[in-house]
Design a protein around this ligand. Structure first.
Ligand code: ATP
Ligand code: PAU
Length: 254
């Protein structure tokens, strides 16, 4: 946390110096923190925690939190493009929208809109937008923050001031993924409109075989091919034990 606060004050000093040099009026530039890593590593939980911590430690600053899952294409769009088995891969994101969002936040625009994603419906939330209005700090969590878009679009990492990569063993990741899946089955057992309803009402072994296959063929493949290769570009790597406690921490000093 100290490291993050230090980086933030350094970055703000640079922004101020630049604006003075260019004879510009002082304008707040949001400090954007990224939290990245595998599906189910705990990015949104961790992002929530650092947001709460900042709210306590820096009570005079405004803090917002956004998930990069909102820049995925909708399930309908993925189905139409035959990309459902690549959900979460670079090919499944709307990179232009992600870039425009980050560029608008950094430019200090008011009420910058973004789509919301829900793990519970496993899709973008229809007819609802979130808005970010020039916060001091924006925490963005997502699997793709340090990836380079596939079609030559500008990479979102241009706008991140500090990126934390959460790391864990593949066994723990699969377990956390399945635990969350079981929770979704439980919650939606009597909810026929929900994505998980179908799987909540077949024998557990059959439901588990489906989830394990999705984990292996989609999320683990995504980790190997696209997410893990970005790890060395992070400013900080935090490795977690199976009980979610931190086992190791690496900080990039350059
Ligand atoms: N610190 C923690 N303590 C206890 N449980 C945790 C912790 N962090 C994550 N979990 C659990 O692990 C699972 C995955 O966490 P979370 O949804 O935050 O992951 P994620 O990386 O944001 O996932 P996704 O990429 O799919 O959005 C959830 O069931 C969550 O409750
Ligand atoms: C939304 C993502 C891509 C990442 O958060 C992930 O949770 C996901 O839905 N992966 C696709 C395969 C699956 O349903 O788990």
């Amino acid at each position: 946390m100290k490291n993050l606060q230090y980086n933030m004050s350094q970055k703000n000093a640079i922004y101020r110096t630049k604006q003075t040099f260019y004879n510009e009026k002082w304008q707040k530039i949001p400090f954007i923190i990224g939290v990245t890593g595998s599906v189910a590593v705990g990015k949104s939980t961790f992002a929530k925690k650092i947001t709460r911590l900042f709210e306590r430690l820096e009570p005079d600053k405004t803090i917002a939190q956004v998930s990069a899952d909102g820049f995925l294409m909708s399930n309908a769009e993925l189905k139409a493009k035959n990309l459902m088995d690549q959900k979460g891969f670079p090919s499944s994101f709307n990179w232009d929208a992600f870039y425009t969002f980050l560029a608008s936040v950094k430019a200090g625009k008011e009420r910058v809109p973004y789509r919301l994603y829900s793990q519970e419906i496993s899709d973008l939330v229809p007819n609802e937008l979130g808005y970010v209005s020039v916060p001091d700090i924006l925490v963005v969590e997502g699997i793709n923050l340090l990836e380079v878009p596939p079609d030559g679009q500008a990479p979102p990492s241009d706008f991140f001031d500090y990126v934390i990569y959460l790391d864990a063993s593949e066994e723990d990741l699969e377990k956390w993924y399945l635990d969350r899946y079981h929770l979704m089955l439980e919650i939606n057992r009597n909810n026929p409109d929900n994505f998980f309803y179908k799987w909540a009402n077949v024998p557990l072994e059959q439901a588990d075989n489906f989830a394990k296959r999705v984990w292996r063929d989609v999320n683990l493949k995504n980790l190997h091919d696209y997410i893990e290769p970005t790890k060395k570009r992070a400013d900080m790597i935090i490795k977690k034990y199976g009980n979610h406690e931190i086992s190791d921490m690496y900080i990039r000093k350059f």
